[in-house]
Design a binder for this molecule. Structure first.
Ligand SMILES: Nc1ncnc2c1ncn2[C@@H]1O[C@H](COP(=O)(O)OP(=O)(O)OP(=O)(O)O)[C@@H](O)[C@H]1O
Ligand SMILES: [Mg+2]
Length: 257
């Protein structure tokens, strides 16, 4: 069954059709990638799915329910969590604290309980601190938990963003170019993390320019070009798709990483 169904989504900015009638289904439990040249409309599509933009027309269905145009927080609370193309961390907080913030969707208590600190609140905080460290170990940042986030090398900041997104216990995680700026070793670590996230039962929707990574992790790929979906298929189908080769790569054979 499709966990996410994108149905005829169109997003117009003035005269620009950033997304033109885009449809695809992301099967529950899969790793699905959206690729395409710069400006193809990939991030715009994520914005429409995750609720930071309301599409001009079309429908987004998550777990059988329409979510089109709902506020981002409402969509997140249903289990659809995204990361951003540009790292968005709390730079002055520690690595662990950045992950702890990600848990707030699934915890209770407000300012009152933070001041009074009843026992359940302290226990909740301890449990969050423990789970944050587990997630950091999971993405390979276990040794950097107490470092200030800003001091982490860039590639590791991206892994920290993934850990924070996982803290919200997503059913579907949207990753916008998680490998941007990563070296070969970091990209390999990221591929491993994506696989293990997926093995935990989380469906993954990934925007990525790194073709080696896409071909390695994705089961299905949709290709955007100038706002339109020009192809969809398995990595093998996409690798040899004539429209993809000309539009996306200018006719050059696609590397298989
Ligand atoms: N809020 C906006 N207002 C106006 N135009 C926008 C807005 N957001 C994106 N665009 C335009 O829409 C088009 C698609 O942009 P988008 O960021 O979705 O591309 P992308 O595929 O994510 O590209 P990249 O690979 O460079 O991240 C671009 O021409 C961009 O300038
Ligand atoms: Mg983008």
């Amino acid at each position: 069954m499709a966990l996410l169904s994108v149905q005829n989504v169109t997003m117009r900015f003035g005269g620009l059709l950033a997304n033109d009638n885009i449809s695809f289904d992301v099967p529950e439990g899969s790793i699905f990638a959206v690729i395409g040249p710069n400006g193809a409309g990939k991030t715009t599509l994520f914005n429409s799915i995750a609720g930071s933009l309301k599409p001009t027309s079309g429908k987004v269905v998550f777990d059988g329910q329409p979510i089109t145009g709902l506020p981002q927080a409402a969509i997140a609370s249903r289990g659809l969590i995204r990361t951003y193309q540009l790292v968005q961390l709390f730079k002055d907080l520690t690595v662990a604290e950045n992950v702890e913030i990600g848990f707030h969707r699934v915890t209770r208590g407000g300012v009152g309980s933070a001041l009074l600190r009843p026992r359940w609140f302290r226990e909740q905080e301890e449990s969050i601190a423990r789970k944050a460290r587990e997630l950091l170990a999971f993405v390979g940042l276990g040794d950097q938990a107490d470092m200030i986030a800003d001091k982490l090398p860039y590639g590791r900041q991206r892994l920290l963003e993934v850990a924070r997104a996982l803290a919200a216990e997503p059913r579907l995680i949207l990753l916008d170019e998680p490998a941007a700026g990563l070296n070969t070793q970091e990209t390999a670590a990221l591929a491993d993390v994506i696989h293990r996230v997926n093995e935990r039962g989380v469906t993954v929707l990934l925007i990525e320019h790194d073709m080696g990574l896409v071909m390695k992790v994705a089961q299905r790929i949709a290709v955007l070009d100038f706002g339109k979906k020009i192809a969809e298929g398995t990595p093998d189908e996409i690798r040899s798709h004539p429209d993809v080769l000309t539009a996306y790569l200018g006719g050059v054979e696609m590397a298989d990483g």
